[in-house]
Design a protein around this ligand. Structure first.
Ligand code: ITT
Length: 211
């Protein structure tokens, strides 16, 4: 893999900011990250898995720009809701839902449930113009808080309390604290290691999402 320039496939500025911080730290000067060109239409996330959706986004950007692309797809699975919102995390409260709408729906659906276990999973995918790929997964387990707390981060961060933390939600942490524990931090540090080693995506095993 000789490419050291990538276009970021995400249309979400909050995710782009996190990706630049995590990959900047993990890859330093080895990588140049270009923003998604505004004229590229938003990609329909029609896949049924995080990996399929990450691939759809990366392929669209490779086709539009001719250079390698980096994409991620992230889902929040809540045990008491049978794994919802999962791949529908961004549209949980409807197509035009805001972060606050999604958080409000999640808290309403969970109600007073004592089982508040939850998991964020990110599939990180680098796709090259020759069709080769590198894929890595990052997971963080936690619990859904009883109410939203904190103003950092984005999305479901105000209600997600990571198990390995100190009881604060992701939205109460600095970006560095969140990235050290987060699904996205883990997925992209693993992706950076695979890219540095120049490995193609393995058929199974570490670095691939669980079935
Ligand atoms: P792109 O597809 O353009 O990358 P997106 O916002 O649709 O942007 P995802 O499908 O990966 O990105 O994420 C789905 C939603 O999950 C996202 O809109 C947030 O509401 C939530 N989410 C993702 N990462 C999160 C994080 O680190 N913390 C909290 N919520 C997050």
């Amino acid at each position: 893999m000789s490419t050291s320039s990538f276009v970021l496939a995400t249309a979400n500025p909050d995710k782009a900011r996190e990706l630049r911080a995590i990959l900047g730290e993990a890859m330093g000067r080895d990588v140049r990250l270009l923003g998604r060109p505004a004229e590229v239409p938003e990609v329909d996330e029609t896949g049924s898995t995080l990996e399929e959706n990450a691939r759809l986004k990366a392929v669209a950007l490779v086709e539009a720009t001719g250079i390698a692309a980096i994409a991620d797809d992230t889902g929040l699975e809540v045990a008491a809701l049978g794994g919802a919102p999962g791949v529908y995390s961004s549209r949980y409260a409807g197509e035009q839902a805001t972060y606050a709408d999604n958080v409000a729906k999640l808290l309403a659906e969970l109600g007073g449930s004592t089982d508040r276990r939850a998991r964020f999973t990110t599939v990180a995918l680098a796709r090259f113009p020759d069709g080769s790929e590198v894929v890595a997964t990052g997971i963080v387990d936690g619990e859904i808080a009883l109410s939203a707390v904190g103003a950092s981060g984005f999305g479901y961060d105000p209600v997600f309390v990571p198990t390995e933390g100190d009881g604060r939600t992701f939205a109460e942490m600095s970006p560095e604290e969140k990235h050290a524990l987060s699904h996205r931090g883990r997925a992209f540090r693993a992706l950076a290691e695979l890219l540095a080693a120049g490995l193609p995506a393995p058929a199974a095993g570490p670095g691939r999402p669980a079935p």
